[in-house]
Structure formats: structure tokens, C-alpha cells
Design a binder for this molecule. Structure first.
Ligand SMILES: Nc1ncnc2c1ncn2[C@@H]1O[C@H](COP(=O)(O)OP(=O)(O)OP(=O)(O)O)[C@@H](O)[C@H]1O
Length: 735
């Protein structure tokens, strides 16, 4: 077990080497006519070409003689002894090997065990073509009214850019121009042409441009240029870039390093899941730029000696709308409180929010709005297809996805799935069908997450099954297709997911499965679409064939899942023992890492953010009895819970009351205004009389989590006592 873990460790050392872009190859889309015949033929041809490459990887085949002879229709899959733990792909391969042997395939034929062996392409149904029709826009009476929330007053709004502007004309330093040319970037993209000159002036920016349009370079280049003129006598961290996921942090770090390769700017990655000690050592040296995920950054702020945000001059929130949503709310408040107030703030996203309630948290000063695209737009090169799922056919989704990835979209394909459990099941299922597949979600270790991503980038995995963890920001070269197992929760999720393809002016395709319950988001997509949408129809007999194949595999899937459960229980016991041993050895009792909330508060916050504890438990209880329909219903319920919460939130026009720095537009009006003014005045008087250092600090950076908690207790504020500060009656020992 330990050995298998160790074998994954070298991935960390590869971190700096993860590729973003190297080639500018176009991904040509099959023409409309190829929606039918050509697609099937070209897929067949591709399979033939890849036959010898597909299943080689690192798999070792055991001696066929040692395998038990199956007696029943389903393969007798016997879990190995717990001492012999194999990877999921090994388990899948072993089952497939036994199946082939049982079906009378000769030994030594294993190298040919690619997808066509199982899903026999010689059968007529496989070559049957899907029908693709153009989706007509229907303008209905009484279309849903958009919720109008209060918007930020921008001091300037820019939606055009100078098409002729070159990087040379932007007055960038030579080392940066050299960096750009090493990356083979000749011309700025629209968002770069619009943003870079303004960012160089030190203005606060709120920027929106379509996915894959080069936003990373749009904020990184002016940052590097400004750092070229920094005083070099003392090292300090001047720039903080926050991103929502670890994988995105690694990617932004790679881009920054490439751009800065000819300069002497120091860049440090402080993302979760990676070695904390080496990060601490680097942060102590005061790197110019820190690229971080919020949780790990707070950990460093509370536990790393000499690391503060006092000298931050530029703060960037990439995927800003995500960073400012409720999931990160408490952490962002804590980070922004600790940041120097005199700073430039830049917000970037493809679905940028303009509403006061979200942006107030970052206290923008005379911000410039740079919207090159509307925040609901998808890339022009994206071809959007939809597959209708009829109410009584919900159980067909797994079969449809299996058909799509084995017949039509065999490589460079990402399948987005709502839950981690279903993504894992699909890994086993598609693996057993002979598809070269990998999974990416939060239930995996960081090493496993990075390994999947690396393999997918390098083409060692054809189909990546991912949750929304991979939906934002990831720039994987040459992704041809994005498939949505269910319609994403919100239009924003949809835009980010399908934005993993058709990047940087290239073309790509998305295929979304839409049931009756998901038509609301589909209507929004149709309403926003600038190019015609398509409906794809897969012949029913093809679906039936895949459904039957999956039913045959059900016992094998269960056997693999139960072996994995046993192994993970063993691993959990082992980890606990190891932890206890470590405590005994190092005698580190009481030296826990600090955090701005107590353990219980943090747990409560997480519980509050969870969509529904009950659903997950119910599924666990009834796991054995679940049908394909049940599984899909669970996916849909999860998705609906999320969108209900998002909808409720957008109706609530409450600004986040965090900081004293309010813009004019934040200020309440009418009766409410009077009431608030009164309470504010009282607070102000109290604060004026307070000369403690902590009170002075508060004016500089806003109240801390502890102060807000105490204030809520004092006021007996109902909203607080129901929410974040519910259990704060007792004093906590640990911080
Ligand atoms: N000036 C340029 N010329 C050519 N390619 C570029 C240029 N700038 C960026 N790119 C490439 O465009 C791709 C997309 O860039 P990036 O990941 O920054 O997009 P994004 O707008 O941040 O996307 P998302 O909204 O999904 O996060 C990358 O592969 C990047 O290398």
C-alpha cells in the first residue's frame, strides 16, 4: 500500500512542468454532414489506428493459467487479500481479462483488448448514425423575468478595444516581450488589449471575457511589468492572486513562470494538497507574487512565521464570481481583512458579476468595468448539442454517455458529472467497456488528481470524468468534446463547463443530456445562444444495446466497488494508526495548526454549505438497491438543490456587511437607511472611544471574524445566531 502511494509522489516534482500551451493546432469540427455517416467511419478508422496504443499503458498481465475458471454467466470476481492492493484500473483490467478468457479469446490477445472488442463495431447498430437537427429558438409569451439586483457604479465602462494594438506598443519591458515570444504569443487577445493598458495605470478592474480568451495573461502581464520597477532592497510579497481550485493554481503558476522566465520576479505557489513545509520556506523569503487557494493561504497566514499580507499592492481574484460566492465567503473576508488597504484590485471571470452584494466584499475603488463579452456568452467556435431524455427514459443516461464516448467522441473528451460517487461508478463502468478513462474530483488525493490531469493532457487517458472541480479555468490543449451527464446547476456552471473546449479561437463541441426537469436552464441557454443549437438523436436500438451491456456488467461493478470499500476502510485504520504513532513519536500534542475559526465553527460552516446531508445518507443506505433511474434522480436532485439555493440567493438583495469601506451604491435607502444609520452611529461612537491597538487595526482592515462574532452575540442578532454564529454562546478554547 505504502509502495503504491510512494509511486505517485514524483508527480509533485513535475508540478512546474505541467503544460498549458505549446501548439496552436486547430481542432477541426466534423462538418454538419459528418454528424451522420462520416463520424462513425472516422471513429472506426481512429480505433483501428490506435489499436496497439490504446491499452498498453502500464498494465501488467498476469499469467492466464492462474485465473479461476468462471462457472456462472457473471465473472466470479474474487477480491484479493488486503495485503495485495491494486489500483482501480488494474481491477477493471483483471475483470475484462477474465471475461475475454471466458468468452474464448486466445491467450496473448490481450493487447487487442480495446474498446471495439467489447462493443463490437461490426454490429449494425454501432454504425447506425445519430441524427443531428438544428434546434429552433422559441420565443414564448411571458418569459421568466430576470431578477434585477443592484449593480455597482463603475467610474468607466469599456467594451471595445484597439484591434491594432500590439504587445510592443504597450510599452512592456524587454524581458516580458521575450517571455511572450517564447510562448509564441504574437498578438494580444481582445481582453488583453482592453485590460493591460488600464491595469498598468494601477486602476481597479472588473473584467469579463469569454472562456479561453486569455484572461490569465491579461492580469499577469501588467503585474509583471509593474514588478519590474519594484524597489529591490527588501524582499516582500506585493502581489496576491487567488484562485478557487488547486489545479487552477498550478496552471496559473505555470503561466506566470513562463511569462516571467527572462525576469527576476519570484513567484510562489501556495495551493492546498501540496507540500506545506516547502511553501512555508519559500514564503519566508518574501516572493514577489503568491498564487494561492484561500484555505492554504489562511493556514500560512496563521502558522507561517514572517508571512503577512501587509505589503500587498495588487490583489487579483481569478474566477472572481466563484471566489466571492458563499462557499468562500468567510475565508475571503478573513483574507481581505489582512490585506493592505492601499492596493489595486482586479477581478476576472467569464461570468463576472456586477451586483453590489457580491462585489462589496473587495471594496473596489473607482473600478473600471471591462466587459469584452456578456457574462452569459459562450465561445463562438463552440457547437452546442443537446440530447433529449424523455421522462420515462432517465435510466438511459449511462448508456447514452457510453454510446457517445465509444462511438462518436473517443478521445480528448471530458464528461462532467454532478456527484463524485457517480463519476467513480462511470469510471468502473466505462473502464469495463474498454474505454481508456480517468476521474477527477474531490474524493481523490491531490497526487491522484494531478496524475489524472497529467495523463489526460498527455493523451494517456481518452475520456476524463470530472465533477465541477474541473469546470473552471482549466486550460487543456485540444479538448474536442465536453459531455454533460446532466444539465449543469446554473447557466454559469454550463458556461464554464462547455468552456473547457473551443478555447483560444479554436473549435469544439458540447453535448448535454437534458431531461424534463432540466428544461429551465436549457431555455436560458437557448435564449443566450448566438449560433444555432443542435439536437442529437441516438437510435434507440443503440441505446438499448449499451443498456443491456451495462446490465451485464452490474455484478462486476459491485464486486469492484466492494473490494475498494474494504481497501479504503483498511487504509483509514492504517492512517489513524500512523497519526497516533506520529503524535507519540513527536510529542506534538496541543501544537495544532491555527485557523481563524474553531474546529467546530469550521465544521458547522461546511455543514451549512453542504446541499443536503439527508440525500447522501439515503443513497448510502439504499446503495445496493439503486436502479439506473434512482442514480440519475439523485444526480438531478443534487443539481436542483444547488440551483434552488442559487435562485434564493439572487432574490436576497442583502449586501455582505463586512467592511466599513462602502461605495455610494451600497448605502441603503429610505426607512431602512435611517434605522441603519442609527445603529451605525452608536457603533461609531463606541469605536471612537476605543484606543486599543486592535480597534485601530479594525479601521485599517475591517472587523475580524472574532469581532464580528462578538458583535453578533452582543446584539443577539437573529440572523447571525441562526447562521454563522449559531453556537458561539460558549467560549472556545482552541482558535
Ligand atoms: N495573446 C495570445 N495569443 C495566443 N494565445 C493566447 C494568448 N493569450 C492567451 N493565449 C492562450 O489562450 C488559452 C486560454 O487562456 P486562459 O486560460 O488564460 O483563458 P481564460 O480566459 O482565463 O479562460 P477561463 O475563463 O476558462 O479561465 C491558453 O492556452 C493561452 O495560452
Amino acid at each position: 500500500m505504502a509502495a503504491s502511494r510512494e509511486s505517485k509522489m514524483p508527480i509533485f516534482s513535475d508540478l512546474g512542468l505541467i503544460k498549458t500551451i505549446e501548439e496552436n493546432d486547430d481542432i477541426p469540427l466534423s462538418e454538419d454532414s459528418s454528424d451522420s455517416g462520416d463520424e462513425a467511419v472516422s471513429v472506426k478508422q481512429r480505433r483501428l489506428n490506435r489499436k496497439n496504443v490504446l491499452f498498453n499503458n502500464s498494465f501488467q498481465f498476469e499469467d492466464g493459467n492462474t485465473l479461476p475458471e468462471p462457472k456462472v454467466n457473471v465473472v466470479n470476481y474474487k477480491p484479493k487479500g488486503l495485503s495485495k492492493v491494486s489500483s482501480l484500473d488494474d481491477k477493471i483490467l483483471e475483470v475484462r481479462k477474465q471475461k475475454l478468457k471466458k468468452n474464448g479469446k486466445l491467450e496473448g490477445e490481450e493487447e487487442d483488448m480495446s474498446v471495439e472488442e467489447d462493443i463490437d463495431s461490426s454490429e449494425d447498430e454501432d454504425l447506425k448514425m445519430d441524427t443531428v437537427k438544428e434546434k429552433k429558438k422559441k420565443r414564448k409569451r411571458g418569459e421568466e423575468e430576470e431578477v434585477q439586483s443592484e449593480k455597482v457604479q463603475f467610474s468607466e465602462s469599456i467594451d471595445t478595444y484597439d484591434e491594432k494594438l500590439t504587445f510592443q506598443e504597450m510599452n512592456l519591458s524587454r524581458p516580458l516581450l521575450k517571455g511572450l515570444s517564447s510562448m509564441e504569443f504574437v498578438k494580444p487577445t481582445p481582453i488583453q488589449a482592453a485590460c493591460i493598458p488600464i491595469a498598468l495605470l494601477g486602476r481597479d478592474i472588473c473584467a469579463c471575457a469569454v472562456t479561453g480568451s486569455g484572461k490569465t495573461v491579461a492580469f499577469m502581464l501588467p503585474i509583471l511589468e509593474r514588478l519590474m520597477y519594484r524597489p529591490k532592497a527588501t524582499a516582500s510579497t506585493r502581489v496576491l492572486i487567488l484562485v478557487p481550485t488547486r489545479e487552477l493554481a498550478v496552471q496559473v503558476h505555470t503561466v506566470a513562470r513562463k511569462l516571467a522566465q527572462h525576469s527576476n520576479v519570484d513567484i510562489c505557489l501556495a495551493a492546498g494538497g501540496l507540500d506545506i513545509k516547502s511553501q512555508e520556506a519559500m514564503l519566508r523569503l518574501g516572493p514577489d507574487i503568491v498564487i494561492a487557494t484561500p484555505g492554504r493561504l489562511i493556514d500560512h497566514l496563521h502558522n507561517s512565521v514572517n508571512f503577512t499580507l501587509n505589503s500587498i499592492e495588487i490583489l487579483v481574484l481569478d474566477e472572481a464570481d466563484r471566489m466571492l460566492d458563499e462557499y468562500f465567503a468567510e475565508q475571503m473576508k478573513e483574507i481581505i481583512r489582512l490585506c493592505a488597504r492601499q492596493r489595486q484590485t482586479m477581478l476576472f471571470s467569464a461570468t463576472m458579476t456586477e451586483t453590489v452584494q457580491e462585489l462589496v466584499a473587495v471594496s473596489l475603488k473607482d473600478p473600471v468595468k471591462v466587459f469584452v463579452n456578456q457574462s452569459t456568452e459562450v465561445a463562438l467556435g463552440l457547437r452546442q448539442e443537446f440530447i433529449r431524455i424523455r421522462p420515462n427514459r432517465e435510466g438511459d443516461r449511462e448508456a447514452i454517455v457510453a454510446a457517445l464516448v465509444s462511438r462518436n467522441f473517443c478521445d480528448k473528451c471530458i464528461v462532467f458529472i454532478q456527484t463524485k460517487v457517480q463519476a467513480h461508478r462511470m469510471h468502473i463502468l466505462l473502464g469495463l467497456l474498454g474505454i481508456n478513462v480517468g476521474e477527477l474530483h474531490g474524493n481523490l488525493s491531490q497526487a491522484q488528481r494531478l496524475e489524472t490531469l497529467k495523463k489526460f493532457k498527455e493523451g494517456l487517458i481518452d475520456v476524463m470524468l470530472a465533477t465541477d472541480l474541473a469546470s473552471r479555468g482549466l486550460d487543456i490543449e485540444g479538448v474536442k468534446t465536453v459531455i454533460n451527464f446532466t444539465m449543469p446547476n446554473t447557466i454559469k456552471h454550463y458556461i464554464h463547463r462547455v468552456g473547457r473546449t473551443a478555447r483560444a479561437g479554436k473549435s469544439g463541441r458540447s453535448v448535454t443530456l437534458v431531461g424534463e426537469k432540466e428544461r429551465r436552464i436549457l431555455k436560458e441557454v437557448v435564449k443566450q445562444a448566438k449560433t444555432p443549437l443542435k439536437t442529437r438523436i441516438i437510435p434507440q436500438d443503440v441505446i438499448t444495446k449499451f443498456r443491456n451491456r451495462i446490465a451485464e456488467l452490474e455484478e462486476d461493478i459491485k464486486a469492484i466497488q466492494s473490494e475498494q470499500r474494504e481497501e479504503s476502510q483498511m487504509r483509514a485504520v492504517e492512517n489513524k494508526m500512523q497519526k497516533a504513532q506520529n503524535l507519540l513519536d513527536s510529542n506534538t500534542e496541543g501544537q495544532q495548526r491555527g485557523w481563524f475559526q474553531s474546529y467546530k465553527e469550521r465544521k458547522m460552516e461546511k455543514a451549512k454549505l453542504r446541499l443536503s446531508e439527508r440525500d447522501a445518507k439515503e443513497v448510502k443506505k439504499t446503495r445496493k438497491k439503486l436502479t439506473a433511474e434512482d442514480r440519475v434522480n439523485f444526480e438531478l436532485t443534487k443539481s436542483q438543490l444547488y440551483s434552488i439555493r442559487a435562485a434564493k440567493k439572487s432574490h436576497r438583495a442583502k449586501p455582505l456587511k463586512i467592511f466599513s469601506e462602502q461605495t455610494e451604491s451600497d448605502k441603503p435607502s429610505g426607512k431602512k437607511k435611517k434605522k441603519r444609520k442609527q445603529t451605525k452611529k452608536l457603533g461609531y461612537e463606541e469605536e471612537l472611544a476605543d484606543v486599543q491597538t486592535s480597534a485601530v487595526k479594525k479601521f485599517r482592515a475591517g472587523p475580524s471574524y472574532k469581532e464580528r462574532k462578538e458583535a453578533a452575540e452582543k446584539k443577539g442578532n437573529k440572523s447571525h445566531s441562526k447562521g454563522n454564529f449559531k453556537s458561539f454562546g460558549r467560549k472556545k478554547k482552541n482558535k
